[in-house]
Design a protein around this ligand. Sequence first.
Ligand SMILES: Nc1ncnc2c1ncn2[C@@H]1O[C@H](COP(=O)(O)OP(=O)(O)OP(=O)(O)O)[C@@H](O)[C@H]1O
Ligand SMILES: [Mg+2]
Length: 463
Amino acid sequence: MTALTRRIKGIETEYGIMATLPGNIAPMTPDDVARYMFRPIVERYSSSNIFLPNASRLYLDVGSHPEFATAECDSISQLIAYEKAGDRIVSDLAIQAEEALAAEGKPAQIYLFKNNVDSQGNSYGCHENYLVSRTAVLKVLGRKLIPFLVTRQLIAGAGLIYRPFLGSASSHFGTGWCVSQRADHVWEGVSSATTRSRPMINTRDEPHADSSLYRRLHVIVGDSNLAEPTIALKIGATELVLEMIEAGVELPDFGLADDIASIRQIARDSTGSTVIELKNGGTITALAMQRAYHEAAAAWLHEREPNEDLNKVVDLWGRMLTALESQDFSQVDTEIDWVIKRKLINRYLEKNSWDLDHPKLAQIDLMYHDIKPGRGIFPVLEAKGLVQRWVSDEVIEVAKDQAPQTTRAKLRGDFLSAALEREASVTVDWMRLKINQPEPHMVELGDPFASVDSRVEELIEYL
Ligand SMILES: Nc1ncnc2c1ncn2[C@@H]1O[C@H](COP(=O)(O)OP(=O)(O)OP(=O)(O)O)[C@@H](O)[C@H]1O
Ligand SMILES: [Mg+2]
């Protein structure tokens, strides 16, 4: 198999939602709040499951977690811009809903949390999608990727103060710092299930592309990230490992004896020194495993075509591993989510001599993920320049309205913008663009790499 060095990818983010109201006003359930948020969408599109002119999908799934799925991107910087545009789009909806509620005499504060667990221990996801060749067998590819994903939390986790809760399978660990939010919420390595027994990689065969050529690798074990460099590292390191697997680069046999036991233990050890038992009888520490992947990726970088994003990814990856080894995080404490958050929490711990299970710390942990500008801790840190950026505000603002120009998303964006302008009745999904009236016309886009298609031009003319 040849390595795909230009790869279609997308990120889906589910947000936690909550509203607070003055004591004399009846509280609102997350369901109520979500419906309020989506009112302008439903008014405009007659649906709460839509594609925006920037070619991304915005919808309200069961369980009242608003979700934004980025349009198809083909570079890391571009993908970050669309993920961040999604944060701003849903945040704008929440602010609009606050205004509408205030006008009705309900001065609510609406919170959108870009995290992966609520206070009851329910988990919602951040899914990564990577295009792979049809010749790849998802189960085989997945199994090769699992050891990397189990240890990836060390470099890309969002961090969490874990507290035992009723029914948690991890209660025996007790209260403690975790590098990842999602590690406790996966139950197997590779399978086609999504909720009942949530895997790290979902193998449901839904390529959203010509199924004779492509598959879509659906990674659902990752944390939602806030810091742009952490998103870059999560996606970039994964792509490099994928490329090496595709290219047949010789990687050590890291098949784990117990994926799930390992992912839970590694989450609780921010030194990376957790010893992992391998299927072949050997052992290795989580950090040593990441080092092996990083070294291989650094070498692979010289063989594949040059890529500025990936150069920066490999540099950050190396610095993060050195930080884990030395336990001096000063070289990465403005770039890696869990490090940024733990530094903040440690400052409170020291100042107030609290224990880790102090309720105020739980609140700080949560408020870190509040995405509202000027209120959420992360947005405030970022606005103060205390967190590094990967893309500019200008690029993110453009991404709110305009589709990625280098992939199939451009065709969808052009079509949807034209339809909105002409108030035409259309239906789209990842693969299809359809005019409903007067006569139905449909174009199927099997090639997610193609940003030019004369059939779409004709379809737009017909509008
Ligand atoms: N061919 C492709 N290869 C890789 N990623 C793709 C491809 N086509 C679309 N994507 C990306 O996959 C994601 C699909 O998001 P969506 O929320 O619709 O996921 P789903 O898994 O199809 O459905 P659901 O979340 O409803 O279960 C988007 O981010 C999109 O950009
Ligand atoms: Mg989705």
